[in-house]
Design a protein around this ligand. Structure first.
Ligand code: HEM
Length: 558
């Protein structure tokens, strides 16, 4: 009779293989579940993508990686102290530096050849390697390659709640369409009309500053420039007069910039639910979103109604605000209400913090370099007459700006040394090789750092010296066209760069007509190097502790 097997036998004879099978089945089940869940699939895909980025950029030099965190601490250190670390990074690793963040690889790109490729989308690559040879081309050709045209997705996610999908964040066809609708409204002829507003508001600022000149006390000129910039933008973009506009708009834009960067830099705050439940900044974030909406909603609704009724008289051609131009343009009719709102918020945000921070930086530079300030005053007096002379008080006209050559060079040199937008973020939508041979895998974030490009001694000799005359035409000849990027370049350059230059020149000229900026007796930076150590990168570069100055009235005939 065959022996029956006992339970004991079963467990002892088959337990190892059964246990292994069960474990395997469980694992396979979990894996299948994971792969079926969309979020799990996304996660696995993302990890594979990042792994590929890491592997294919192993030969690009960069700081050493920590387990899990990668080079995030090194990147945040660089972010906190760009002045102190930028040149060291370049000296150690060269003009392309690789960072490995928690969830992606980022490459800092500073060499003008590579910069050109990134922002003009033109790539020099070996045609034969792609099995394609351009007519008349033996090995290399300039080919249009849109791989790096898109903004990095963290930037888009962190700024979108505030501005919506405006020019700064849009990609591809939508970007081109909006750009086409908006650019004509910032045309040179229209900007000439805005000079009257720039002049009126900066003279009002000069008047307000009189009290500081009289009491001789130290004050933070950044707040004043905030008011000047936001009032002027609201007037020229939305057609709001000073008392209709939102006086605190400048503060809102600063907060928005800081919050967007704070969130964009920290991968753990990317998820909306996590940010809402856990972040100490959520309430502030929500308020700032509401403030941005409030700024444009009221005006846009009223103006749209006017235009569609057709009854409201068009504002006189002179002083017509940007919004009035856009609403009357054919392209804008194709834009939805939400798109138009996003563009208005984008223009106000992009134009405000950049201009006010730059004016503050330039003013502090003038306190440190009295010779430059004296030369500026001399030039301004040559155009308007010395203080107290007949006509010295006349309004500034667009024609005057053409004669302020030295001022233009001072502005450019200040933009070179401290470009207000510290980093430009792009993300590779496919694999691409930069002209100097660095391979950029799909998904990699490419960060242009204008301050790094602007300090390459091969392009700007003695790069740390403030020398406005390096922008004289004879000294600019032969300079790489993509070595000076305060407004970026190419099809995604700053749409407001002419506006910004005219506005800044008008404001500085009007202040120089009446005042001399003087350094505070103590606690202020005494050298450019000290000033640069205090520059704090955010969405724009601000001065830690504010732009502290004193003001002295210029004596008649001085
Ligand atoms: C000193 C002042 C300014 C500086 C340094 C500056 C700099 C820049 C830079 C570097 C970019 C490119 C950003 C990127 O690629 O990520 C940019 C884009 C932009 N700027 Fe400015 N900007 C200034 C003033 C203004 C003003 C006054 C306006 C509006 C009136 C403006 C509107 C814009 C817009 C809409 C974009 C997005 C353009 C696009 O992607 O097509 N900016 N700006």
């Amino acid at each position: 009779m065959p022996q029956s097997c006992t339970a004991q036998d079963i467990s002892s004879s088959s337990s190892p293989s059964m246990a292994a099978l069960t474990t395997l089945a469980l694992l396979a089940g979990c894996l299948a579940l994971l792969l079926l869940a969309p979020w799990a699939r996304r996660l696995v895909r993302h990890l594979l993508r990042v792994g590929r980025q890491v592997y294919l950029t192993l030969d690009v030099p960069g700081p050493a990686c920590l387990p899990l965190l990668g080079t995030l601490p090194a990147f945040l250190r660089f972010w906190e102290d760009m002045e102190g670390t930028l040149l060291d990074l370049v000296a150690e690793y060269g003009p392309t530096v690789r960072f490995r963040m928690v969830d992606r690889v980022a490459l800092l790109v500073m060499h003008p050849d590579d910069v050109q490729a990134v922002i003009t989308y033109l790539f020099l690559f070996s045609c034969t390697a792609f099995g394609y040879t351009a007519p008349g081309c033996a090995r290399q050709a300039v080919c249009t390659h849109p791989a790096l045209v898109n903004k990095a997705d963290q930037l888009v996610r962190s700024l979108r709640p505030f501005t919506g999908d405006g020019l700064l964040l849009l990609n591809g066809r939508e970007h081109r369409a909006h750009r086409k609708a908006i650019s004509p409204s910032l045309h040179f002829d229209i900007l000439r009309d805005f000079v009257a507003v720039f002049d009126k508001n900066s003279r009002a600022l000069a008047e307000r500053l009189g009290k500081h000149a009289d009491d001789g006390r130290v004050f933070d000129v950044h707040r004043e420039f905030g008011k000047l910039t936001s009032t002027t933008l609201q007037e020229t973009v939305l057609s709001l007069s000073e008392d209709q506009g939102e006086g605190k708009a400048g503060d809102v834009f600063n907060v928005v910039g800081d919050l967007a960067l704070y969130r964009g830099m920290r991968p753990w705050w990317q998820n909306d639910t996590v940010f809402r439940l856990l972040s100490p900044h959520y309430e502030q974030h929500k308020r700032a979103e509401e403030d941005m909406d409030t700024l444009v909603l009221r005006v846009l609704a009223a103006r749209r109604a006017q235009v569609s009724r057709g009854g409201a008289p068009a504002p006189p051609r002179r002083r017509m605000a940007f919004l009035d131009h856009v609403l009357r343009s054919e392209e804008a009719h194709a834009m939805s209400e939400a798109e138009l709102r996003a563009e208005l918020k984008t223009l106000l945000f992009a134009g405000s913090a950049t201009s006010m921070d730059f004016l503050s930086y330039l003013t502090v530079v003038l306190t440190i370099l009295p010779d430059v300030q004296a030369r500026l005053q001399q030039e301004v007096d040559g155009v308007f007459g010395a203080p107290g002379s007949p006509g010295a008080d006349r309004p500034l006209l667009p024609e005057d700006l053409v004669h302020l050559d030295f001022l233009e060079r001072v502005v450019k040199e200040a933009l070179r040394l401290a470009p207000p937008v510290p980093m430009l973020f792009r993300q590779a939508s496919s694999d691409v090789t930069l002209p100097r041979g660095v391979f950029v895998p799909e998904g990699t974030v490419v960060i242009l750092v204008p301050a790094g490009t602007h300090r390459m001694p091969s392009v700007f000799p003695e790069p740390l010296r403030f020398d406005p005359d390096r922008f004289l035409p004879e000294r600019s000849q032969g300079r790489h066209p993509y070595s000076f990027l305060p407004f970026s370049a190419g099809p995604r350059n700053c749409v407001g760069f002419r506006y910004a230059l005219m506005f800044v020149k008008t404001a500085v000229a009007n202040l120089m007509r009446s005042y001399t900026f003087v350094p505070p007796p103590s606690g202020a930076p005494r050298t450019l190097q000290e000033l640069h150590r205090r520059m704090q990168p955010g969405a724009t570069m601000t001065i830690k502790g504010g732009a502290l100055v004193r003001l002295a009235r210029r004596a008649p005939g001085s």
